[in-house]
Ligand binder design. Structure first.
Ligand code: NAD
Ligand code: DAU
Length: 339
């Protein structure tokens, strides 16, 4: 029996990972630690909250005392760190909390790993640490060797954390792995991110804000495939290694918005071009050859097979959505789109 700590498990990807692991490995134990920020929602964990191999702990990864005492009590084998401030637009509005959670929180977790011992610390990182690619060079992709070149306070904080994780490996021999994934979509995604935001607004027949000219490209991966990739890295990945995760599903933002409108039988006239995001990355595109060849990972979904069920999920979970649309959500949406 292995004991896992999953941080940020009340959020979008961490929540999906908790569901996946708790159901796939009933003989193992999973402790989810989450600070329940605006992006964390206990309702996401409702389907697994009473499983005997699951425990939820409300705490902040920057709280050294709480983290150390949980490590002492639980004696974890594996730590998977999803906890982060994750929205680029919020990092432009207020960078500070991104540095605290994403960098210092990572340090606190790794210090606990050093003190109490673990088999593996896994850092969930992002393709955004590589910066962006030009739109007119479709032959270029991010590999694990692509230099770090960040654009936003969010990506700078994630890259800083990655460097710290590699330093703890080199200096203290901490057994670590890092995964860098492309844009995720799927169930339980907070509707500040493009896909759930577009679905929500299209259903309500509200204007859909497209930044700049809508030509920016993202490489979309269903969250289920991100979960299976991390599981594989934990089991088969090599200490000290970085693995890129992506499924070659590049779409520009207008294509994504157009596809959702079509599925929902809503008019393209809802599309509203708004002021561009500051420092807006042009194109992300992952080369996942390493994880495919070395670990045998294959995604289950393409964008075409994943987007329909995602729209359906959002349509059938209006309760989940309405409960998270709190005062904080409304304040941010108002400030961001008024700019
Ligand atoms: P999210 O914003 O939906 O969830 C983040 C979770 O972390 C929330 O439950 C929140 O309450 C929790 N959290 C925030 N600060 C915390 C703190 N100080 N202590 C404990 N918990 C805290 O984010 P997400 O989209 O699920 O992303 C999860 C991870 O995956 C992040 O590290 C992100 O950088 C990375 N990532 C995301 C994507 C994507 O497309 N969303 C792609 C690649 C990598
Ligand atoms: O690539 C991985 C990253 O993907 C993760 O590390 C981040 O945590 C995650 O938030 C995501 O970052 P993006 O900035 O790419 O995702 P977002 O959904 O915010 O935006 C996707 C694209 O859509 C981007 O080009 C900006 C654009 N956009 C976004 C919003 C919210 C719009 O045009 N209008 C919008 O209202």
């Amino acid at each position: 029996m292995a004991n896992y700590l999953i941080t940020g498990g009340a959020g979008f990807i961490g929540g999906n990972f908790c569901h996946y692991m708790v159901n796939t490995y009933p003989e193992d134990r999973f402790v989810c630690l989450d600070a329940l920020t605006y992006a964390g929602n206990l309702e996401t964990l409702e389907p697994i909250k009473d499983k005997p191999n699951f425990r939820f702990v409300h705490a902040n990864i920057c709280d050294r005392e709480a983290v150390f005492s949980l490590f002492e009590e639980e004696k974890f084998d594996y730590v998977v760190n999803f906890a982060a401030e994750s929205h680029v637009d919020r990092s432009i509005e207020n960078p500070r909390i991104f540095l605290e959670t994403n960098i210092l929180g990572t340090q606190t977790l790794m210090d606990a790993c050093r003190k109490f011992g673990i088999k593996r610390y896994h850092q969930v990182s992002t393709d955004e640490v590589y910066g962006d690619l030009p739109l007119d060079r479709p032959d270029l992709f991010f590999t694990e060797e692509t230099p770090i070149r960040t654009s936003s306070p969010y990506s700078a904080s994630k890259a800083s954390a990655d460097l710290l994780v590699l330093a703890y490996h080199r200096t203290f021999s901490l057994p670590i792995t890092i995964s860098r994934c492309s844009n995720n979509y799927g169930p339980y995604q907070f509707p500040e991110k493009l896909i759930p935001l577009v679905i929500k607004r299209a259903v309500a027949e509200e204007p859909i804000p497209v930044y700049g000219n809508g030509a920016n490209v993202r490489d979309w991966l269903h969250v289920y495939d991100h979960c299976t990739a991390i599981d594989l890295i934990l089991r088969k990945g090599k200490d000290g290694e970085i693995y890129n995760i992506g499924g070659h599903n590049e779409r520009n933002n207008l294509e994504v918005v157009g596809r959702i409108l079509k599925e929902l039988h809503k008019p393209e006239s809802l599309i509203t071009f708004v002021r561009d995001r500051a420092g807006h990355d042009l194109r992300y595109a992952m080369d996942p050859t390493k994880i495919m060849k070395e670990l045998g990972w294959q995604p289950k979904y393409t964008f075409e097979t994943g987007i329909g069920p995602t729209i359906e999920w959002n349509l059938t979970h209006s309760d989940w959505l309405s409960h998270i649309l709190s005062g904080e959500y409304l304040r941010f949406m108002d400030a961001n789109y008024k700019r």
